[in-house]
Design a protein around this ligand. Sequence first.
Ligand code: AMP
Length: 200
Amino acid sequence: MSKALNKIENLAVFCASSDGNDEHIFLTAYEVGKKMAEKNIGLVYGGSKLGLMGQVARGVMEHGGQTTGVIPDFLKTKEVVHTGLDKLITTNDMHERKLTMNELSDSFLALPGGFGTFEELFEIVTWAQLGLHRKPIGLLNINGFYDDLVKMLNKMCEKELLKKENLEILLVADNFEELLEKMMNIEPKPVPKWMNKNQT
Ligand code: AMP
């Protein structure tokens, strides 16, 4: 039986490398970083100073928290990389980056983002679904940004292409503190992935 985490020490955050045009989302990304620092939760993220990624990192750094950036070599240009982080790890490629972020963190959080954010989020959810890790994964639904995605995920369940128990791997809340509570208290249980009618 897996146990709840109870305390989060290192949170991997996936979020947009763009600013977007929603001021509330932009400011909340900074607030998330600030609250992480106040709660002594270290940030593990993609190492960029751009967009919401930069906002979270600034929120952590300006309130005395710990930051670790994990960036693939090809993205490590001056325009992109955050030079003031406590630790910057360079990887050979995107795959190694995700493995490294997984190794360094005990939990995952996605804020609003684009393709990169979705790709990272769903890879880590898929790993959980296959039993490769049991770390909690949170989706922060700021300003209803993820309402349509949540609808889509429910449709996958309706169509029996996703198990309800596997959907529950992804914890969703619109408030960061509430989401952290859920993430710390979840007791992950192994769920068989497949539900095929004709199994040979
Ligand atoms: P996106 O949501 O498409 O903006 O992609 C953001 C996610 O992809 C982040 O969580 C990063 O890990 C990665 N990523 C995308 N662009 C960059 C960048 N310029 N620098 C570092 N990481 C990036």
